[in-house]
Design a protein around this ligand. Structure first.
Ligand SMILES: Nc1ncnc2c1ncn2[C@@H]1O[C@H](COP(=O)(O)OP(=O)(O)OP(=O)(O)O)[C@@H](O)[C@H]1O
Length: 260
């Protein structure tokens, strides 16, 4: 049985002539690190939000462990799927640790006391995101990148089999970007589904096991990075002439003007 899939998923925005997403079929399994590429406004966030059940499709269906998502309770979904939004706004001056503890609500309940397993998951997530030193600080006093790491730690503490992340590298300094993509790689190897939207094809080339291109409301490409993250496809997608250079397992793109 497929862990998470969608069939014929179509999503229309009122007032828009064309659907944002049209007849998307997708099967996603634990162990995969799936990168989702697409232009601004292509519908990447919308697809993640549909897969989480935050918005309802106009037609089609999302299935989690073989059952329609709308039949699951919110807590049951949250024990299986964690989500990191693109822009998280801190509304309360909770401490970093308290924010990460919220990742355990699907297990302990909103008013439930955290048990030993919950506390261990929280501490492990704080450590994985390098937040131990900030654990007592109110999140409202953190920098944008630090806050992003808190939201990521909360998702990790949730201990879900699937992690859907919307541009998780945004705002992170270079070192934390490198650590995060390595961590996501590890989480996939531990047997989780990790799906992230990205504007960094070179990074997906190295770390993703599978790359999707979303274009004109459809999945235009779906396969291993070697086949999908190519100069030809990236040039066509982004509308800039690119050349590729492979080196030591990496693939770099440079803006290949004809006269050079
Ligand atoms: N709340 C909304 N109301 C109306 N239209 C929306 C809303 N949210 C998104 N859209 C539209 O849906 C389309 C897809 O948006 P979405 O945020 O999914 O794109 P994206 O691929 O994630 O883009 P980006 O790379 O800029 O984050 C866009 O045309 C956007 O204008």
């Amino acid at each position: 049985m497929t862990f998470l899939c969608c069939e014929g998923l179509t999503f229309c925005q009122p007032g828009r002539k064309r659907p944002v997403l049209e007849e998307i079929d997708l099967a996603l399994e634990p162990g995969e690190l799936v990168g989702l590429l697409g232009l601004n406004g292509a519908g990447k966030s919308t697809l993640l939000r549909l897969l989480m059940g935050f918005v309802m499709p106009t037609s089609g269906e999302v299935l989690l462990e073989g059952r329609a998502l709308r039949e699951w309770s919110a807590s049951a979904i949250a024990r299986r799927l964690a989500y990191v939004p693109q822009n998280h706004v801190a509304s309360f001056p909770y401490t970093v640790r308290r924010m990460v503890e919220l990742g355990r609500v699907p297990y302990a309940g909103l008013t439930g006391r955290l048990g030993a397993a919950d506390r261990a998951a929280v501490e492990a997530a704080l450590e994985r995101m390098g937040l131990e030193a900030l654990a007592g600080r109110p999140v409202t006093e953190l920098s944008g990148g630090e806050r992003q790491r808190v939201v990521l730690a909360r998702a990790i503490a949730q201990d879900a089999r699937g992690l859907l992340l919307d541009e998780p590298m945004t705002g992170l300094d270079y070192g934390h970007q490198i650590r995060l993509i390595a961590l996501l790689h590890d989480l996939a190897r531990e047997g989780r589904l990790v799906m992230l939207t990205s504007h960094r094809p070179e990074e997906l080339y190295v770390r993703a096991s599978r790359v999707l291109i979303l274009d004109h409301g459809r999945i235009e490409a779906d396969g291993p990075p070697q086949d999908v993250v190519t100069a030809q496809r990236m040039s066509a997608l982004y509308g800039v002439p690119l050349r590729q250079m492979d080196h030591a397992g990496n693939r770099f793109f440079h803006h290949g003007r004809d006269e050079e």
